[in-house]
Design a protein around this ligand. Structure first.
Ligand code: FE2
Ligand code: FE2
Length: 210
């Protein structure tokens, strides 16, 4: 029979609950802070809130991926790098949730579902070993970075609070990707990349609304 690590199981459960309930405290001040609130129309605010809801869902998934992959990463250096990135992802999660509240929106009703799905995918990638674990992570970060760049184009130019936040997150995702590659990530085969992109498209379309 497999020994069950109760502490680890409790830690995982606690992290999942905190993510879905949205009770994370950011370690760094929000990059939105120095910028004044723009005078936006109701429609522009609702659009910005929906885009931030999509980003928040991405960060919920990032929490699950890092939880799953941090548990299975075999090399100590990899585990450390993943933990550091996970800390920055927690900031993203808290910042996004805060910005959604400021804009008068709400986080996704399906967060528990997004989290569970990502945890399963992360665990599967982790089971293949560190190179694939990191490959999956690097490709996810690359896609999130591209996605955030797209959001900057769709946001009102004067919405500096939301823009500053997205730009800071984008810079972090770029760094996370570079560190996963530096740690020896394999290159994901093209069809799998396409599959990941299609899945992300479905998620972002749903999360924009729900
Ligand atoms: Fe992030
Ligand atoms: Fe990231």
């Amino acid at each position: 029979m497999l020994p069950i690590d109760v502490d680890r199981a409790i830690g995982l459960f606690d992290a999942a609950l905190r993510t879905v309930a949205g009770v994370h405290r950011p370690g760094r001040a929000s990059p939105a802070e120095p910028h004044p609130e723009a005078d936006l129309t109701a429609q522009a605010r609702a659009h910005a809130a929906a885009l931030m809801r999509v980003n928040h869902v991405g960060e919920v998934c990032a929490q699950a991926l890092y939880q799953a992959q941090g548990l299975s990463a075999r090399a100590a250096a990899n585990r450390l790098a993943l933990q550091q990135a996970a800390g920055e992802e927690r900031d993203h999660l808290a910042w996004s949730a805060e910005r959604i509240r400021e804009l008068g929106g709400r986080t996704s009703l399906l967060n528990a579902l997004w989290y569970a799905g990502s945890l399963a995918i992360g665990a599967a990638a982790g089971a293949l070993g560190d190179r694939w674990n990191l490959a999956f992570l690097a490709e996810t970060e690359r896609q999130v970075e591209a996605h955030l760049a797209g959001h900057l184009e769709r946001l009102e130019p004067q919405d500096q609070r939301t823009r500053a936040l997205i730009e800071a997150m984008r810079a972090d995702e770029h760094k996370h990707r570079a560190s996963a590659i530096a740690l020896g990530a394999a290159e994901i085969p093209e069809p799998l990349k396409l599959g990941m992109r299609a899945l992300a498209k479905v998620m972002s379309t749903v999360a924009y609304r729900v």
